[in-house]
Design a binder for this molecule. Structure first.
Ligand SMILES: [Zn+2]
Length: 671
């Protein structure tokens, strides 16, 4: 019996033979690949020869080839085209994989070899990229606690296990609260709601077995309800329920869990020798220190709050014109902001849509990559995992660069959102491998398929990630492509979004599906103006959340996180009609797992860079300035994690990013 996942793939560009793989192949292939990887690791850890870069670090890089193959195919189909069997497999695989990788990072024999290399690194004659990979490998072990012994080692294991349990409980409590609450609406309560909100409310009612339409706490229903419902009493009830998620007392209350998580994180950081959990988390980031994060957030906070205060005054005036004599409250903001948006930016989505055809937008993203980096895209006819997938061979000067796969349409088997992943990452060691990169989106199908402007931005965003993978030019896979700091990884993607807004790109590619006429310039201007609408509010709710996240992890863990949250918000002068985007009891980014803990700032950090980096093109002579394009590839798109992110940015820009371009882009710059 031969498992197709474990064969050498004799397909064009060694793409996985999707037509030969069946779901029954995954579990046995994973077990074989895990066992193989385990024995490779054992061989490295127990080698008789003294440790060398080749027999330890390079051997680790080369290990796990089959595991990579199995997981890349599995996670591609599990995310983009799932079914009950794949969901079941995913549930089986995740604890197995977690145990496997934690076994490696706590392998003392392996660590002592890596550590011996680290201590003698000056004498090893390593090149800069090798030096970097050694540093990252060693740091990974240290951060996982591999150097701890005795009771400290045991305590670290306890802390990690407890944190995993608490993270899951936090998520489940939040889901339970979100599912439990709904508010029935009488037919009269639907007045003033647009059809799509009414439809969503009716569908939600059916799902909840209610007699009629309901409002639930799902973001896609509650947000439009708050935007459109003229009934202030209903908005207040719905908003208060939404704000109370995770803080309703009883079994599903998250407040004590948040406190315990923060205290365990602090203990974990201290065991590893860091002053605080924020210092521990930020060590691997471009920002590096809590102070740098605070500086960034505060330099955006003041102008954002000033804008929000001015907007609040205008909205309160509109409310009084409506005959409501009260202070503007959080349940009023979205409603009056929507009224104002309709009055000031009467953008008709239906009128706009025919100008954003999916195929033309794909062509636009390719055309920009050709002008900037000389890449060419030729359609490939190969079997993939779903008939909606399309593939292209990417070449430059006739040489193969990558395979790019686009899976653009929404379907029930695909998880929501949009993402980019490498089915195979670029590397030169142990042998050259060209990347296979996939963009997955959730656009509506149609003849022709039409996008909203936001969809078109998403397409450019994910393609920016794809370029980061496809143009990668490093030796070792562990630092290839998007394997960079979290607060740096969104730079290429968010930066690429700027090319969608370049007037010559839009006039060539945003053409009417029926008439072929380019988008009228006044319509285009409305689109661009609308993108800065209500930015005071959006920036304030985001920055407030990021500052609370930072404060939670910076000093000693607060005994009462809610008290700490209050103190932070008072300290910065939070406008009374705006709340945190995610308050503590439902701040899943921070408490559901470790991903964004003391890292919620990173969305804005990346935005500061993308605005500043695009300004470099504008300053140099335009969006397609060849010297800037080549510098972008040389210093950022090709370099992966081979250098510190700040050094890469300075190499591209000549300095670190400033916030001016961001404030201008968000419409928050002082006049
Ligand atoms: Zn992204």
């Amino acid at each position: 019996m031969t498992n197709p996942l474990l064969q050498d793939w004799a397909t064009p560009f060694q793409i996985a033979p999707f037509d030969a793989i069946s779901d029954g192949d995954f579990a046995p292939a994973l077990d074989t690949a895990l066992a193989e990887h385990r024995s490779e690791i054992e061989a490295i850890a127990s080698a008789a020869e003294p440790p060398s870069f080749a027999n330890t670090i390079e051997a680790l890089e080369a290990a796990g080839t089959d595991l990579d193959k199995v997981l890349s195919v599995f996670f591609t189909v599990a995310g983009a085209d799932s079914n009950p069997m794949r969901e079941d497999l995913q549930r089986q695989f995740s604890p197995k994989l977690a145990a496997h990788f934690s076994e490696i990072s706590s392998n003392k024999a392996l660590f002592s070899r890596v550590n011996a290399l680290w201590e003698t690194r000056k004498t090893l004659g390593l090149g800069p990229e090798q030096d970097r990979v050694l540093m990252l490998t060693h740091r990974g072990f240290m951060r996982a606690g591999a150097a701890l012994t005795g009771t400290e080692d045991a305590r670290m294991k306890e802390i990690k296990a407890r944190l995993a349990v608490l993270g899951t409980e936090f998520t489940q409590n939040l889901l339970a609260d979100e599912r439990a609450w709904f508010m029935p609406l009488a037919e009269a309560d639907l007045e003033g709601l647009p059809e799509f909100v009414v439809d969503t409310a009716r569908a939600a009612g059916t799902e909840k077995d209610a007699d009629g339409p309901v409002v639930t706490l799902s973001r896609s229903l509650i947000v439009p309800f708050l935007q459109f419902s003229p009934r202030r009493d209903l908005r207040k009830t719905a908003f208060e329920a939404w704000a109370a998620r995770g803080a309703n007392g009883g079994q599903t209350d998250n407040r004590a869990i948040a406190a315990e998580i923060l205290s365990l994180r602090e203990e974990r950081a201290k065991l590893l020798g860091y002053a605080s959990f924020a210092d521990f988390k930020l060590e691997t980031e471009m920002a590096k220190t809590p102070a740098a994060v605070r500086d960034l957030l505060m330099s955006v906070w003041e102008p954002a709050r000033a804008q929000a205060d001015a907007d609040a005054a205008r909205l309160a005036e509109m409310m009084r014109e409506d005959g409501v004599n009260d202070e503007l409250a959080p349940w009023d903001w979205r409603y009056y902001a929507e009224k104002r948006r309709a009055a000031e930016h009467d953008l008709d989505e239906a009128e706009l849509k025919p100008y954003f055809q999916l195929d033309r937008m794909i062509a636009a993203s390719f055309a920009c990559a050709e002008r900037l980096f000389g890449l060419q895209f030729k359609p490939l006819d190969i079997p993939l995992y779903h008939p909606d997938c399309r593939a292209w061979e990417v070449t430059r000067n006739g040489e193969h660069v990558a395979v790019f796969i686009g899976d653009y349409f929404a379907r029930g088997s695909k998880r929501s959102g949009a993402w980019c992943s490498a089915m195979r990452a670029q590397a030169k060691f142990p042998k050259p491998q060209a990347p296979i990169v996939i963009n997955v989106c959730n656009f509506a199908k149609g003849e022709p398929a039409l996008l909203s402007y936001d969809d078109a931005r998403t397409l450019f965003h994910e393609f920016g990630h794809a370029l980061h993978q496809m143009l990668s030019n490093v030796t070792y896979e562990s630092i290839s492509g998007t394997s960079v700091a979290r607060d740096f990884v969104e730079l290429p993607s968010q930066l690429y979004e700027h090319w969608l807004d370049v007037p010559e790109v839009l006039s060539e590619f945003a053409v009417h599906a029926e008439t072929g006429a380019p988008i009228p310039s006044d319509m285009l201007q409305k689109v661009l103006d609308a993108s800065t609408f209500d930015m005071g509010f959006q920036t304030v709710e985001y920055v407030a959340s990021a500052l609370v996240d930072l404060a939670f992890h910076e000093g000693p863990a607060p005994a009462d996180p809610m008290e700490k949250q209050r103190a932070v918000l008072d300290g910065i002068g939070m406008p009374p009609a705006i709340t945190m985007r995610h308050a503590t009891p439902h701040f899943a980014h921070v408490f559901a797992g470790d991903g964004y803990s003391s890292g919620y700032y990173s969305y804005m950090w990346s935005e500061v860079m993308d605005a500043d980096a695009f300004a470099a093109f504008e300053e140099a002579g335009g969006a397609f300035d060849p010297e800037r394009a080549s510098a972008l590839e040389r210093h950022i798109l090709s370099t992966g994690g081979s250098s510190d992110a700040a050094e890469l940015y300075i190499a591209f820009r000549g300095r670190l990013p400033g916030v001016d371009a961001l404030l201008k882009g968000r419409g928050l710059a002082a006049e």
